[in-house]
Design a protein around this ligand. Structure first.
Ligand SMILES: Nc1nc2c(c(=O)[nH]1)N[C@H]1C(S)=C(S)[C@@H](COP(=O)(O)OP(=O)(O)OC[C@H]3O[C@@H](n4cnc5c(N)ncnc54)[C@H](O)[C@@H]3O)O[C@H]1N2
Ligand code: MOO
Length: 402
């Protein structure tokens, strides 16, 4: 069996960035992956400015408690101040440019203004409440790096630098192939021995959460011809194909032969993880195909832990492996098996220290109720028997599914 970390590394390594890029306007960039480094073209702030509503003055002119200074000018944000005359103060507001000659700002709560004169109640410290030119970003400095998935903070940086567009990688297109005669689309009556197809919407949502285009979904019956046709279509139209089910050892596991019949090279693994043992990575016409186990929880776990790094790489993202956190296991009985066990857990912050991780009571690979409940997957290493209080690695779904 292939150990989990090797499988993860192999899939991550296959995630090569797209060769093409496109330039999009600011309002279309949210969630997209930056395809260029962005350097600051202006200092931020562009000039020393005030962090408070108050008065700009020379600290030395207000060194004595209760100093009274004439108010030379009222200068609002966006206006250019006069140079400050000796022994005077300029009324200003948050964001107002600091007048030449001023070396401090006194907030208005520490002053009293009356008939054009301001009384400074307490002597100010030189330099206080001044935001210095370039203290946030300096011209020439790299402020965003190629391979960043753009969220609100990144868009704020782009806009603050005056950019109304940026180059991004094309959105990854994904095809999802579900197989199985027992599967019925939701919304139809359920015949005996059938179940609803839950993997298709689950995997499509998982892809979208990572920022791919809305996936193309195909379902094929357990029929060699149908699977062959669906796979060929998805492979022709999509950057990545995920097939689910029919890749194990059963007599109707028809996906692998279909990949090979289409000329694909198949690397088949039995990964030492639970849920999620049978996984295959294939290369078909220069594009990857990943076969996931059919059990819904196995498909979910394999997607989160093994496929998401591949997708991030194919999207052109720089950080493909999210952080692994630490937590304290809470379990009524010892846990662990012969494969690395990834338990669905909820995390609760203790009074201090690491979060407490409580596994769902139902950990079967087919029991998907826990997926709507879990905060993450706690890793119990193969051949370990861990009790309450053991410190373990865990992968937060918020990290691994974004
Ligand atoms: N003799 C053996 N049997 C099994 C082994 C094994 O090593 N030897 N491995 C088990 C493990 S572990 C897993 S995981 C599954 C993987 O099987 P497949 O990937 O071939 O998947 P299927 O057999 O097609 O389906 C498994 C299970 O999942 C349900 N399923 C499939 N697709 C969907 C879907 N789209 N929506 C909802 N549910 C789905 C399917 O009905 C089956 O119940 O094999 C074990 N067996
Ligand atoms: O490993 Mo399977 O994925 O146990 O259900």
């Amino acid at each position: 069996m292939l150990d989990f970390d090797t499988a993860q590394d192999r899939l991550a390594a296959r995630g090569r960035a797209p060769a093409t890029r496109e330039t999009l306007p600011l309002d279309a960039l949210y969630g997209r992956v930056l395809a260029e480094d962005i350097a600051a073209v202006v200092d931020l702030p562009p000039a020393d400015n005030s962090a408070m509503d108050g008065y700009a003055l020379r600290a030395a002119d207000a060194a004595a408690p209760g100093a009274v200074l004439p108010v030379q000018q009222r200068c609002f944000a966006g206006q250019t101040p006069e140079p400050l005359l000796p022994g005077q103060a300029i009324r200003l507001f948050t964001g107002s440019v600091i007048p030449a000659g001023a070396d401090t700002v006194v907030m208005q709560e520490d002053c009293r203004e009356d008939e054009g004169r301001v009384t400074v109640l307490a002597p100010p410290a030189p330099g206080q409440h001044i935001r210095r030119r370039g203290e946030d970003m300096r011209t020439g400095q790299t402020v965003l790096t190629e391979g960043t998935r753009l969220d609100a903070g990144h868009l704020a940086v782009l806009a603050a630098q005056g950019h109304d567009k940026a180059a991004v990688f094309p959105r990854l297109t994904v095809g999802i192939l579900t197989t199985g005669d027992e599967l019925i689309p939701p919304g139809h009556p359920l015949p005996p021995a059938a179940i609803y197809n839950s993997n298709a919407p689950m995997l499509a949502s998982l892809c979208r959460g990572l920022g791919t285009a809305a996936p193309t979904l195909r379902h094929a019956r357990d029929d060699a011809e149908a699977i062959h046709r669906a796979l060929a279509e998805l492979n022709a139209d999509c950057d990545l194909v995920l097939s689910v089910g029919g890749a194990s050892v059963g007599e109707k596991d028809l996906v692998k032969p279909a990949i090979e019949a289409l000329g694909g090279a198949l690397d088949l693994w039995r990964v030492r993880m639970k849920p999620g043992k049978p996984v295959a990575l294939a290369e078909l016409n220069g594009r990857p195909v990943v076969c996931l186990p059919g059990n819904p929880v196995s498909a979910f776990a394999v997607f989160a832990l093994l496929v998401s790094p591949l997708i991030r790489g194919l999207q052109g993202r720089r950080d493909v492996l999210p952080p692994v956190r630490r937590g304290i296991l809470q379990t009524p009985r010892p846990v662990g098996g012969t494969r690395d066990d990834f338990l669905r857990v909820q995390a609760a912050q203790g009074a201090a220290g690491l979060p407490r991780l409580t596994p769902h009571t139902q950990q079967s690979s087919g029991a998907l109720g826990s997926l709507a409940w879990a905060h993450g997957l706690a890793r119990i290493p193969a051949d370990a028997r861990l009790k309450t209080g053991a410190e373990v690695d865990w992968m937060a779904l918020s990290d691994w599914l974004s």
